[in-house]
Design a protein around this ligand. Structure first.
Ligand code: AHR
Length: 501
């Protein structure tokens, strides 16, 4: 079968927002303890931060990191995590049935973020706490000095204010599992009054209201509408969360996960714009897709939460296959295609827990299969997203209905004279002969290509075999005149980088 892409530099969606390559660090499992932070590790620096992990995070091209949760944040007291470590209380975290030592908190995270060269995105607790604690945290983190809270930060060794710009107003407050779960009315009011108070301190903050924790939530759509009716004028973003997993042997539905994400984005945009219309507002709410990934959640649910209360037990350390990497690649394609409305996104999570980087306690760190499509997309998706046309065979799936076999996006960096094309063949069985029309660019020369999947779809990377699944160059990709041609194997992710003009 054949597929055709048509790309023209005149048709632009939006600039590539670097915040699309965000990630997420939660106090969950070994993401923080044994992931970012392991003072006894041979590569740890004076702050106890693992140097091998920092190097991999930079290599992955992560631009922003949401912290500290997640479900964890809805029971978190931020004050527990600042000040002399020996004075910090040990507490129970009911979200993950874990003992939290608080050895790592806000200032450790900010030191880590500076070293990782990522923008912090801070989540506040609107589950067990409210407005007062939110503005206290804001004052502690962002006010220069001369008040009790800002002087406490200075006394804690952080002279310069952290100047955190983007804040999440709670986490998944629509979910019955969330500590302090609320109705849309209750949360909408709380989010609006918290946002208003935070803006009284700093009108330029970027604030995220909780949207739905999944498109399959019974309140999806109604939740966004009600929350935004309360908070439309005082927030910039509404969040979206989505996790996908292979169920049984339904590879076709799993490969088409991005069709569900695509619908999710369109529906949230429609809902937000509907509220905007009712309010006669010219403002447009953006989407912060601040949790997305492949997650084998059913296996965590089957094994249950830890019985004993321990500190940093391994949780959801999914070993990702080549097939999972193809799906992650297509989720990135979908986020980029919506770059006009999805202007922040965080892959969940960063290290060990649901993550593209894994570590051994005291030992090695390695790249999971899913690291590669993220790193290559973050590196090569530059400039502006183009509105390409896809002509591809239709694929029937049990979960997502009929979807085009190809999922694709292109970016154009006019200054560098480069075009990057990312394309996924979601057909689990049949290859696609791809032809990409690049006439609008004049000439084109292929400078780099990458291929993941297509074969050995169950292969994973391990500490002993960390490079079992890595991208390979496309064996037959070529430019004929102004047409890029390549064979896309079944179930594969491809990238082509071209010099144009
Ligand atoms: O990322 C794991 C969990 O998934 C987060 O804590 C929660 O927000 C979501 O349900």
């Amino acid at each position: 079968q054949t597929g055709q892409l048509s790309i023209d530099p005149a048709f632009v969606v939006a600039p590539v927002n670097r915040r699309l390559f965000g990630s997420f660090v939660e106090h969950m499992g070994r993401c923080v303890y044994g992931g970012l932070y392991e003072p006894d590790h041979p590569t740890a620096d004076a702050d106890g931060l693992r140097g091998d992990v920092l190097a991999l995070v930079r290599e992955q091209g992560v631009t922003a990191v949401r912290y500290p949760g997640g479900n964890f944040v809805s029971g978190y007291r931020w004050e527990d995590g600042v000040g002399p470590v020996e004075d910090r209380p040990t507490r129970l975290d009911p979200a993950w049935r874990t003992v939290e030592t608080n050895a790592f908190g806000l200032n450790e995270f900010m030191r880590w973020a500076r070293k990782a060269e990522v923008e912090p995105i801070m989540a506040i607790n609107l589950g067990t706490r409210g407005l007062q604690e939110a503005i206290d945290l804001l004052e502690y983190a962002n006010h220069p000095e001369g008040t009790a809270l800002s002087d406490a930060r200075v006394a804690h060794g952080e002279k310069e204010p952290h100047d955190i710009r983007m804040w999440c107003l709670g986490n998944e407050m629509d979910g019955p599992w969330q500590l302090g779960h609320k109705t849309a009315e209750e949360y909408g009011r709380l989010a609006a009054e918290t946002a208003r108070a935070m803006r009284q301190f700093d009108a330029s903050l970027e604030l995220v209201a909780c949207g739905s924790s999944g498109r399959n939530m019974p309140t999806f759509g109604a939740w966004e509408a009600t929350v935004l009716e309360h908070a439309y004028d005082v927030v910039d973003f509404v969040s979206a969360h989505a996790y996908y997993e292979l169920e049984g042997d339904d590879v076709a539905s799993f490969l088409a996960s991005s069709a569900d994400m695509d619908r999710f984005i369109r529906e949230v945009v429609a809902t937000a714009d509907h509220v905007g219309a009712r309010l006669s507002s010219t403002k447009r709410i953006q989407i912060s897709f601040d949790e997305w990934n492949v997650w084998y959640l059913k296996s965590l649910q089957a094994s249950g939460m830890p019985e004993d209360w321990t500190a940093a037990p391994p949780l959801s350390e999914d070993a990702y296959t080549a097939l999972d990497a193809v799906v992650v690649g297509s989720l990135l394609v979908t986020l980029l295609r919506h770059a006009d409305r999805v202007t922040a996104a965080c892959q969940a999570q960063l290290v060990n827990t649901i993550s593209s980087i894994r570590t051994e306690p005291g030992g090695r760190a390695w790249r999971q299969t899913t690291f590669h499509p993220f790193a290559l997309t973050a590196r090569h998706a530059q400039g502006r997203v183009l509105d390409l046309r896809v002509d591809a065979p239709t694929l029937s799936t049990t979960k997502h209905g009929d979807v085009p076999a190809l999922d694709a996006v292109a970016t154009h960096d006019a200054e560098a004279g480069r075009v990057a094309v990312f394309v996924v063949n979601r057909d689990p069985d049949a290859p696609v002969s791809l032809a990409t029309d690049l006439r609008g660019f004049g000439g084109a020369r292929l400078v780099e290509s990458a291929l993941l999947g297509g074969e050995d779809l169950t292969a994973v990377n391990t500490a002993d075999d960390p490079d079992r699944v890595t991208p390979r160059a496309h064996p037959d990709a070529r430019v004929d005149g102004t047409t890029l041609r390549a064979e896309l194997p079944a179930a594969s992710w491809s990238m082509f980088v071209l010099e144009v003009g």
